[in-house]
Design a protein around this ligand. Structure first.
Ligand code: SF4
Length: 669
């Protein structure tokens, strides 16, 4: 038995500190596998069904290994929700269990001292120097911006961490980027706030940690660039591993945004006469030369994105393009502006201003480089597309702000070369890594050829705790008008049977809004995604136990609503990706060219994984009971439906009879 496994024995250390502790063989097996992978410098992908308790199953062996060898383990997640859970619930438990076990015969070598920290990217921390400078000089375009910065200034005095996301109020657009830590603008040892700097205090805690909790994006950014964003880690555990591809695509891709560039130019020389140049004085030659170059850059910016607009067909939000774009004049204009700033900076006596201008110059340089990436035709193995955002539509054109994006089609090689090769051990885990029991899909997508794999069942009794209802009488979702009408009627009947307590999941805002508008009053509160923030919606859904929440996209994964409030999960249609997604189209083209079926090889397994994530929202604890209702009959009628059904937890019973729901929800006599 490995040291880590022994902690999970029926009468082991965890049983002594956790009231109602239940030994789960899957949990101790996972702890064993993780411990062995760390000891043997191995690579492991382990699927752990809901309820296995995977966080403790990797944290205990990671803490023991780090302590024994004086090493540091990075634990990387996709969501902040999981990071919060790890640092506020699981790590204190690991500290306690290791501390209590100090005197035991099981493991006397290890100190109880588990040092853990959460690392965020620099832009998440308030920079006191920049915030003070902004407030002291009143560098704001509007009164509401000045008031918001004033409130933030007071809050910065009270918070220990200075993490902007923890600030309880909304900030005006663009303000966060002006008061956050920016390596180019940071004064480091010369800064008057260096001793109490939030970012450097955080870095200090990272340096002293043996478990460092990060997110996938920050980890990839640290590994793929020369920038020293994190302290060195010896091993990595990537939780929520089913989202690694999403994070890698974003990180290894490229982006140029009209909105971001406009904000950057406004920061320097706003059209209202404000911005950093205002501090140079009205007669300054430097001010005139910067203003001239900034105006020229604005003209090029406008012309460039006007030329991008014809790429879109009417009403399209996204459009793939393969031809090169003439981004040279804009990139050159940004380069000239950056050069003008670089020339001014050494002449400045004002340190705050010089560090701000250095920061803007670096960002202009990075933007110019990003634009250069679109000067060439779309390369093999990547996709280029333009995207329209309705945010900010009023400021430029009725069509909205535009962005250019590039993304790799395959990240397996990048992950192998950049991430897995970097660490002595790499461990991937998630509740959903397999499709119909096989790892082959994610193994191909994530480059896991030399990984040992293991799949550990959920310890829950799905036969008793759950029921799968498939509505076999509705039209196919490909007939949206009829389907939506039928869906609204069926959801109404289901809600009557479940007495509310339902989460209704859609694959798009359009279908969610269409069905929501057709819903009659049900006697239960209806909540709609978009009406409030995600956090508020979830709080309301938990608090009003009989409410019904209509949601899409972000609610398919990562949310946790244990107990009665989520007793019924209604999946309106199988979650296939939207067919006009440019990356999906490009992957499909590539697979077709290779003689493979895009549907079988990519769309179907991707949808199955997402379906499993959605299904996993239902049963969160051993005492939860609930029904999953699927309104898309392709799950039983389609020739691929078995891929979805075979991927469900063992024991789930299937019915097409609505009255079985009433029986399931009937209180025991
Ligand atoms: S040390 Fe750098 S990040 Fe910290 S307050 Fe000073 S300028 Fe800002």
């Amino acid at each position: 038995m490995t040291p880590a496994e022994s902690y999970f024995l029926p009468d082991g250390p965890l049983s002594r500190i956790l009231p109602g502790y239940e030994h789960r063989p899957q949990q101790s097996e996972m702890a064993r596998l993780v411990g062995v992978a760390l000891d043997e410098s191995g690579r492991l992908a382990v699927e752990a069904g809901t309820g296995v308790g995977k966080s403790l199953a990797y944290l205990v062996p990671a803490a023991l290994w780090a302590k024994k060898h004086g090493k540091r383990v990075a634990v990387s997640t996709y969501t902040r929700l999981l990071q919060n859970q790890l640092i506020s619930q699981d790590i204190p438990l690991v500290r306690k269990v290791l501390s209590d076990n100090r005197q035991s015969t099981l493991d006397t070598r290890h100190s109880p001292n588990v040092r853990a920290a959460v690392a965020f990217g620099q832009e998440n921390y308030i920079c006191k120097f920049r915030l003070n400078n902004q407030v002291a000089r009143g560098l704001f375009d509007t009164v509401s911006e000045a008031n918001a910065a004033g409130r933030l200034f007071q809050w910065a005095d009270k918070t220990d961490t200075g993490i902007i996301l923890d600030y309880p109020h909304a900030l005006p657009p663009g303000l966060a980027s002006r008061i956050c830590r920016d390596s180019a603008a940071c004064r480091r040892e010369k800064c008057p706030f260096r001793k109490s700097c939030f970012y450097f205090k955080a870095r200090d805690s990272w340096e002293h940690s043996s478990i460092l909790i990060v997110n996938h994006s920050l980890l990839f950014a640290h590994l793929a660039t020369e920038a020293d964003l994190l302290p060195e880690c010896d091993a990595v555990i990537l939780d929520e591993a089913h989202r690694i591809e999403d994070a890698a695509v974003r990180h290894f891709g490229n982006q140029a945004s009209e909105h971001a560039l406009t904000l950057l130019l406004d920061r320097l020389a706003s059209s209202k006469g404000g911005g950093l140049v205002a501090a140079l004085g009205p007669r300054s030659t430097a001010r005139r030369s910067i203003q001239t170059e900034a105006s020229a850059a604005r003209v090029e910016l406008d012309q460039f994105f006007r030329a991008v607009e014809p790429l879109f067909s009417p009403d399209a939000q996204r459009s793939r393009f393969r031809e090169p774009l003439e981004s040279g004049p804009l990139a050159e204009a940004l380069g000239r502006l950056a050069k003008a700033l670089d020339e001014v900076v050494p002449e400045l006596d004002d340190e705050a201003l010089s560090s701000e201008m250095t920061g803007v110059a670096r960002r202009l340089g990075r933007s110019a480089l990003a634009l250069e990436g679109f000067k060439v035709p779309e390369p093999d193995g990547a996709v280029h597309w333009a995207e329209r955002s309705s945010a900010g539509a009023a400021t430029r054109s009725s069509q909205g702000r535009l962005s250019l994006l590039a993304a790799p089609l395959d990240v397996a090689g990048l992950l192998r070369g950049t991430v897995y090769e970097h660490f002595s051990s790499t461990i991937l885990t998630s509740a959903t890594l397999t499709v119909a029991g096989s790892f082959s899909f994610l193994s191909n997508r994530l480059g896991l050829d030399d990984f040992k794999t293991a799949s550990l069942d959920s310890p829950f009794d799905y036969e008793k705790q759950s029921l799968l209802y498939v509505s076999d009488h509705l039209p196919l979702p490909s007939q949206p008008a009829d389907f939506n009408r039928g869906a609204a009627e069926t959801i109404t009947s289901i809600i009557e049977a479940s007495k509310g307590r339902a989460l209704v999941l859609f694959t798009s805002y359009d279908s969610m809004n269409a069905v929501y508008d057709l819903m009659p009053q049900t006697g239960y509160t209806h909540l709609l995604q978009g009406d409030k923030s995600t956090a508020r919606l979830l709080d309301d859904f938990r608090d009003d136990t009989h409410s019904v929440l209509f949601a899409t996209q972000s609610f398919w994964q990562g949310i946790d609503v244990p107990g009665e409030a989520l007793s019924c999960l209604i999946i309106c249609r199988l979650p296939f990706e939207v067919p006009d997604d440019p990356r999906l189209t490009a992957i499909a083209d590539k697979l077709k060219a290779e003689g493979a079926s895009p549907f079988r090889e990519y769309q179907l397994p991707t949808a199955v994984l997402r379906f499993r994530q959605g299904f996993g929202r239902l049963i969160r604890t051993a005492t939860d009971r609930g029904v999953v209702c699927v309104l898309d009959k392709r799950i039983i009628a389609g020739n691929y439906g078995s891929s979805f059904l075979k991927s469900l937890p063992k024991g789930v019973r299937l019915t097409t009879n609505l009255s079985d729901l009433t029986r399931f929800f009937k209180p025991a006599q």
